[in-house]
Design a protein around this ligand. Structure first.
Ligand SMILES: Cc1ncc(COP(=O)(O)O)c(C=O)c1O
Length: 390
C-alpha cells in the first residue's frame, strides 16, 4: 500500500509507546512504576458517573448537534466567563471528543501552506505534529530552565515574521509545569495585537495550578477575538477515557470548526455531554482534593529528586508533572529514560519526547500514589548511585 505523503509529516506521542514497552515488561513478570502517562490516577467522581448512567437511561443515545448540545455550550460559556473572565456565549463554544481535536480542527481551519506556527519547545508534541501535517511551518520557542520555563518575550519577538499566523500557549505547561507570568501574558497579548496573529491557548491544566490565579490571555482587552481557548474534562475531572473537550473561539471560526466536526465525528457523544454538564455544575470538592493531593506529591517528588546526585528540579506551579534536569548524570535523556525503565522498573519520558530542547531533562508524571513515588525515587537513586561507582 502506498500512503499519502502527508502521513510522513505526522508525529506521535511517545508516552503511548513507553506505556506499551512497560506493559510488555510487566507481562514477563517485571514490576514497573508508571510515571509516564499524563492522566490522573483517580476515578472519575461518582456523581459524574451517575449522571452519565442516568443520561443513558433517559435516552441521550442519539446524534446531537455537531457543535455540541446547546445547554452544555451555554453552561461552558457561563462558567468560563465567570471563572476566567473570557467574554463569550454559547455560540463561541464547540464541544469535541476530547480537547485534542480542537488543535487539529483549528489548525486545519486557519493555516495555509507555509504559515508559521510558534509553539513551546519543550512542549506537547501534537502542536508541532499537526502544524507539520497541515503543511504549515512550526517554529519552536525555547522554554529555558534558567527562565523558570517561562516564555521569553525577546525570543518570541525575534521569531515573528509576516507569515506568523498562530502562537500556541500552554499554561500550566506540559511537560515543565511552568505557569506563564502575568507580565509575560500581557507582553504576548501586546505582540499579538501589534503583529495581528492568533493564539491557541491550551488551558487544559488551568484548574490544576498550585500558586497564583490562572490568567487566560483571552480575558485581556481585544484578545478574545484572536484567541482560541482549548480546554476539557480529561485532567480536571479525571475523565481521560470519556473523551470530552471543547474550544472557545470567534463565532466565524466556530462555524468552520463545527463543520469539521460534521465531516469527522458528527458530534460528541450526547450522554457524555450530559455528564459534563453535571461535572461543571455539581460539587467541586473532590476535584479540589485531587489538586491538593497532586500538590503533596509534587512537593515530595521535587524534594526527593533534588537529593539525587546529578539531578536538579525546579518546583512546577501547575499540572501534574515534574521535569528534572538530569544533565549532571552524564547520560542523555533517552538513555536514562530507557535505563530507568529496563533496569530500575520506573517508566518515565525523555525530555526529547517534547522536542529537541527537552534534551537533558526527564518528565515524571505524579499520577501515582505517594508510596509509589517514594519507591520510584529510591529506585532512581539506587540506579544512579550504582552507575556512578562503575
Ligand atoms: C497540554 C495538553 N493539551 C491537551 C491534551 C489533550 O487532552 P484530551 O484528553 O482532552 O484530548 C493533553 C493531554 O495529555 C495535554 O497534555
Amino acid at each position: 500500500m502506498k500512503f499519502a505523503e502527508r502521513m510522513s509529516r505526522l508525529g506521535t506521542e511517545t508516552a503511548f509507546e513507553v506505556l506499551a514497552r512497560a506493559r510488555a515488561l510487566e507481562a514477563t513478570g517485571r514490576s514497573v512504576i508508571h510515571l509516564e502517562i499524563g492522566e490522573p490516577d483517580f476515578d472519575t467522581p461518582a456523581f459524574i458517573r451517575k449522571a452519565a448512567a442516568e443520561a443513558l437511561e433517559e435516552g441521550w443515545t442519539h446524534y446531537g448537534p455537531s457543535a455540541g448540545l446547546p445547554e452544555f455550550r451555554k453552561t461552558i460559556a457561563d462558567v468560563w466567563k465567570a471563572e476566567r473572565n473570557i467574554p463569550c456565549d454559547a455560540d463561541n463554544v464547540i464541544v469535541t471528543p476530547g480537547a485534542k481535536p480542537i488543535m487539529f480542527f483549528v489548525m486545519m481551519a486557519l493555516l495555509e501552506e507555509g504559515d508559521e506556527v510558534l509553539y513551546p519547545n519543550p512542549g506537547f508534541p501534537i502542536y508541532e505534529s499537526v502544524a507539520n501535517f497541515v503543511n504549515a511551518r512550526p517554529v519552536p520557542l525555547h522554554l529555558k530552565e534558567e527562565n523558570g520555563f517561562d516564555l521569553d518575550l525577546k525570543e518570541l519577538e525575534s521569531k515573528i515574521t509576516s507569515r506568523t499566523k498562530l502562537l500556541v500557549l500552554n499554561s500550566p505547561h506540559n511537560p515543565t509545569g511552568s505557569v506563564l507570568k502575568p507580565e509575560t501574558v500581557e507582553g504576548i497579548a501586546a505582540l499579538a495585537r501589534k503583529h495581528s496573529f492568533h493564539i491557541l491557548s491550551d488551558e487544559i491544566y488551568a484548574r490544576i495550578q498550585y500558586e497564583g490565579k490562572h490568567l487566560s490571555i483571552a480575558s485581556l482587552p481585544g484578545m478574545a477575538e484572536r484567541t482560541i481557548v482549548l480546554d476539557g474534562f480529561s485532567k480536571t475531572f479525571s475523565m481521560t477515557g470519556w473523551r470530552l473537550g471543547f474550544g472557545i473561539m470567534e463565532k466565524a471560526l466556530a462555524v468552520h470548526v463545527a463543520r469539521l466536526m460534521t465531516n469527522s465525528n458528527s458530534c460528541t457523544a450526547s450522554f457524555i455531554q450530559r455528564a459534563g454538564q453535571v461535572a461543571l455544575t455539581g460539587p467541586q470538592g473532590e476535584m479540589h482534593a485531587m489538586v491538593a493531593e497532586f500538590r503533596r506529591r509534587r512537593d515530595m517528588m521535587v524534594a526527593g529528586l533534588n537529593r539525587i546526585p546529578g539531578v536538579r528540579c525546579l518546583v512546577p506551579h501547575g499540572a501534574f508533572y515534574v521535569f528534572p534536569n538530569i544533565s549532571g548524570t552524564g547520560m542523555t535523556s533517552k538513555a536514562l529514560a530507557t535505563a530507568l525503565l529496563e533496569e530500575a522498573g520506573v517508566a518515565c519520558l525523555a525530555g526529547t519526547s517534547f522536542g529537541a530542547h527537552g534534551e537533558g531533562f526527564l518528565r515524571f508524571s505524579t499520577a501515582n500514589s505517594l508510596g509509589n513515588l517514594e519507591k520510584a525515587l529510591h529506585l532512581i537513586n539506587e540506579y544512579l548511585s550504582v552507575r556512578a561507582k562503575v
